[in-house]
Design a protein around this ligand. Structure first.
Ligand SMILES: Nc1ncnc2c1ncn2[C@@H]1O[C@H](COP(=O)(O)OP(=O)(O)OP(=O)(O)O)[C@@H](O)[C@H]1O
Ligand SMILES: [Mg+2]
Length: 458
């Protein structure tokens, strides 16, 4: 049962309507003119507006507009003695749910009221569900109070309403994948799959079949038909992570798939149409990559319809306290430890630290600290040395500290030595894990391997 606002200047009709509606268990509010109705619209908890089209002081359409501004999800019915197709269309356009032609029988009124209320309830439910989905991801997973992060999330929300391809850039560990999932979850494709592929992790020779599928017998090892990730992501979102690592020949095929939304399996005959929304991420500067011929410019334009850039954590330090607190909570829960909070001096260290590995590194540092804490809150002794001393493996050499020797120097050799030393130290710090060493140096695994090869080959 609902609270219904009835607006009509004919006293008899108004009272009759109110009685009829109350007879059906509704509560009513009555207004004899537009001004009274406006006051009630603003001050009461009405759920449905029923108004005459002709009011003594304003048009019923104006009242309708105001009602829609105040509460777009609450329905309205218009009554008119001079029904014409034109007024009906205008009324519907302005958001009236239905209109009643005077004189009408009460049965018609009750039917229209029931339908309008049902529609209003559905609409509110939809809005609630959509917000719940969006909020679930943003509130529980993406933390960001800095202006920069709020802006990124707002743009992501806007882009999510469309099917536009989005390129998400940012250093390693800044949350690119998280934002990609957020976009998918806020979009109408949320009911479809979210398929992520890390283009750097798939061996070069297999990327094509991974993306587009293959026919049985297409190559050694292809023992069965495989649909490929484009097909798996049908009606959903395909997230091409580290797209900058895709080899040139695959980029050409990718371009075609992105452009035409058609995929051809390796060794298969014929093409297949796919309905997929594309998101891509990279920690490389793709403009630079196109300039040096390592990335196709036409592909860049296709995937970069909307560009979202995630700033490094050191440029949005205001996010550190909230993130750190959330990570303490998560890791403590994961290990079943009763640890709560962080000592203020620990937070000071975190706020000063450079975080070359960004949010992922913050999470790892906190996880380690939680693991070393016996009870209570995280104290200084649980922090790794590098964070405690405010240094970082990735702190860049301050250019001002460098002194060019009088006799000059071989810059290439000097930089190569610096690079070799950084890579050695990173490998040592990561117990020989190249993947983690690459992360520590803010580069992809593939770049790391390539540079190692170059240094070794010197
Ligand atoms: N704003 C954030 N709020 C909460 N957690 C975050 C946030 N940003 C990143 N994280 C967490 O940090 C980790 C790294 O995030 P993610 O994998 O999305 O980064 P990425 O930019 O894709 O990194 P890479 O370039 O290395 O793939 C994840 O565990 C993620 O949940
Ligand atoms: Mg990632």
């Amino acid at each position: 049962m609902a609270e219904i606002l009835v607006c009509d200047d004919e006293t008899n009709l108004r009272e009759l309507l109110c009685l009829a509606l109350e007879g059906h268990g509704h509560r009513t509010l009555a207004a004899a003119n537009g001004a009274e109705a406006l006051r009630l619209l603003e001050q009461s908890a009405w759920e449905l507006l029923i108004t005459d089209l002709r009011l003594p002081d304003m048009s019923g359409l104006d009242l309708l507009r105001r009602a829609k501004e105040l509460a777009p999800d609450r329905p309205a019915l218009l009554m008119t003695a001079f029904a014409s197709a034109a007024t009906a269309v205008t009324a519907m356009k302005e958001g009236a749910f239905d209109y009643l032609e005077k004189p009408f029988v009460m049965e018609e009124l009750h039917l229209a009221v029931a339908r309008a209320l049902e529609q209003g309830a559905l609409q509110r439910e939809n809005i609630r569900l959509r917000q719940a989905v969006g909020e679930r991801v943003s509130a529980e997973e993406i933390i960001g109070i800095s202006v920069a992060m709020r802006r990124v999330l707002e743009l992501a929300r806007r882009a999510a309403r469309t099917d536009a391809s989005v390129l998400i850039t940012g250093e390693s560990g800044t949350g690119k994948e998280l934002v990609a999932r957020f976009i998918h979850n806020c979009s109408v494709r949320v009911k479809g799959p979210f398929v992520a592929v890390n283009c750097a992790a798939v061996p070069e020779g297999l990327i094509e079949s991974e993306l587009f599928g293959h026919a049985r017998g297409a190559f050694t090892g292809a023992v069965a038909n495989r649909p490929g990730l484009f097909v798996e992501a049908e009606h959903g979102t395909l997230f091409l992570d580290e797209i900058g690592e895709t080899p040139m020949p695959v980029q050409a095929k990718l371009l075609r798939a992105v452009q035409e939304r058609l995929v051809r399996p390796v060794g298969g005959v014929g093409e297949r149409a796919v309905d997929v929304r594309l998101l891509a991420a990279t920690n490389r500067d793709l403009r630079e990559e196109t300039a040096s011929g390592r990335f196709r410019e036409d592909l860049l334009y296709r995937i970069n319809v909307v560009h979202l850039h995630l700033p490094p954590l050191r440029e949005r330090r205001e996010d550190i306290p909230l993130l750190a607190a959330r990570f303490v909570e998560c890791h403590a829960r994961k290990y079943g430890l009763g640890i709560h909070g962080i000592a203020p001096e620990v937070m000071d260290c975190l706020l000063r630290y450079h975080f070359p590995g960004n949010v992922r590194e913050l999470s790892n540092v906190v996880e380690g600290a939680v693991a070393l804490t016996v009870e209570g809150r995280v104290e200084m002794e649980a922090l790794p040395e590098a964070v405690r001393c405010g240094q970082s493996a990735g702190t860049p050499v301050v250019a001002g500290e460098f002194r060019l020797p009088e006799g000059g120097l071989d810059l290439e050799a000097h930089l190569a030595a610096l690079e070799a030393s950084a890579m050695d130290q990173a490998l040592e710090a990561c117990q020989g894990s190249k993947t983690r060493a690459a992360e520590l140096l803010g580069m992809s695994f593939r770049t790391f391997r390539y540079r190692m090869g170059k240094l070794v080959g010197r």
